[in-house]
Design a protein around this ligand. Sequence first.
Ligand SMILES: [Zn+2]
Length: 367
Amino acid sequence: MTIKELLSNLNELAPFELQQESDNSGLLLGEPQKKVSKGLITLDVTEEVLDEAIEKKCDIIISHHPFIKDGLKKITGAGFAERVLVKAIKNDLAVISLHTNLDNIYAGVNRKMCDLIGLDDIKILDPVRGKLKKLVVFCPSDHADKVRMAIFKAGGGKIGDYDWCSYNIEGKGSFRAGEGTSPFVGKVNELHFEKEARIEVIYPSYVEKQVLDAMIKAHPYEEVAYDLYPLDNVFDRVGAGMIGNLKTPLVIEDFLSLLEKKFKTSIIRYSSASKEKISVVALCGGSGSFLLEKAISAGADAFVTADVKYHLFFDATGKIVLADIGHFESEQFAKDLIFEMVSKKISNFAFQISEINSNPVKYFRTK
Ligand SMILES: [Zn+2]
């Protein structure tokens, strides 16, 4: 398959449109029309990972972290990203990154973390706004079922755990077909009234093209009348961080032990809080400090993330157990997650999980 086809499959799993503004998810290296046949899945793209890809005869790497984050002005091999880029080009390797688009979907990295520590009643901690739209389409009443179902099958009409949601009302549409048209009903140059249905459906903006294409294909009219509305609704299936409940509340020490065991951490930095037990847990894989206030206001007893700065522990103290488990540790299972998702969706492509531990942080213990 071509890189372009692979990208389109990945986009259906974790739409690239959902990445944060500062992110660089997507195709980082490679020509879209190039054919690829074997992918290596990794958390980070390092020179060691490139060697592994060469040895395993992979032609494309799918990573969680983009190895190019900011614009490169020179390629002299001085920096880490430049060295990786030069080596990847020399070895004809393509690279795709699924970063914050994978963090922000419901079945993404944070969900994996929730499952790992056994959280129930999971919700997105900071759901996005502005990613939902509404389609209103008018079609002959006897074609409404067909048009509605086409929209549903293309990804429209999902609200929470419900799908095929729509609002429908019967009315009367009017039109006059112009010269050179072939109207489905009515006659050229004559005013025509037709019994029509008004169908309203909500959809995520990233499926707009497929929804409109399917709707127009199923619609019998030459010229389809429809309206698109931007919505301010919160989209509770997409966003940063997650929050859920532990099956059994734990005292702080037992909770930290659980994190240590599940995330195989060597060290956990945390803030103390006068909580008898931890029951509600918020979390965010990678650098999630920006969600601390959200976690506190959502009533979490603990917030698990990484890359926490010293001063943030002061803000947390007394209010929430802020636990920094390490960036690599929090996202180490992202490659398993990507592997599970892509293997299920793209059956005619070979994927392998990288065996390299790419954590650049080492831990020193005196005993
Ligand atoms: Zn990360």
